[in-house]
Design a protein around this ligand. Sequence first.
Ligand code: NCD
Length: 319
Amino acid sequence: MSFAHRHLLGIEPLSQSDIITILDLADKYAAFNRSRHKHSDALAGRTQINMFFENSTRTQASFELAGKRLGADVMSMAMAASSIKKGETLVDTALTLNAMHPDLLVVRHPHSGAVDLLSQKVNCAVLNAGDGRHEHPTQALLDALTIRRAKGRLHRLTVAICGDIAHSRVARSNIMLLGKMENRIRLVGPPTLMPARVSEFGVEVTSDMREGLEGADVVMMLRLQKERMDGGFIPSEREYYHRFGLTAEKLAHAKPDAIVMHPGPMNRGVEIDGDVADDVTRSVIQEQVEMGVAVRMAAMDLLARNLEERTDGEEGVLV
Ligand code: NCD
């Protein structure tokens, strides 16, 4: 098993084989997580620090659980409550933490590129848990694992990614991952919520949900990222739901066995109908959460194996 990366900052630098390596190991961890004894020593002796400068439920909880199940010492810092915001202060924080010898640093930050910057200042492995509208690699990986397990493959599928694409790091990382694995990607949403230069992405684009969902194997819904909007991107939530909200009627245009995904947090009645989200014959939203823990275990395990090589010989000073 080879994964020659020091950090996990995005999907962009990963090869097809890197992606498969993470997913194969995550599959094993998914089985492990369903067993009674959910504890390994893969990260024993390692220190994991979680720094979330933005709100998070799923991502932070699953990174924390992932580290604990692998035997790491895990510390989650309450960054949102602190006055630290950006620039030099972020670098100072990174240097301070670095002096405490962490092995894994999990970082979420509202500014695109902030996690990359931080990774250049520390000696440990850095995992990007979402930076602005840039990347959210573990989300795309857990989505990929969920798709692979539901569909039996991760190539030649038609995937419709719907809603607020412009502000979504989840969409960006997914477009890259699904593109690398040779899938057909359709972006569906109002033109105001499409990223600039979308035509360069090698994807199909439409503002018609029925057209976008036609024959799709996977329907991925996204939340309206209001916290990243600085003006009127949609007329009203009611109007948005009417045109872009996923209902059973719109879903009927996708393949009969199409799966419904959402990274959470979900706004029922805005981008998705509650009954569609809860329909366990179509919705894999809870599986996504389950795979999130497994994928984060796999990613931290692989990065820590690379750390091993660098720190071997320096260890055992006190024994
Ligand atoms: C996403 C995020 O934070 O980018 N949530 C998540 O990590 N599961 C999507 C969102 O906030 O809408």
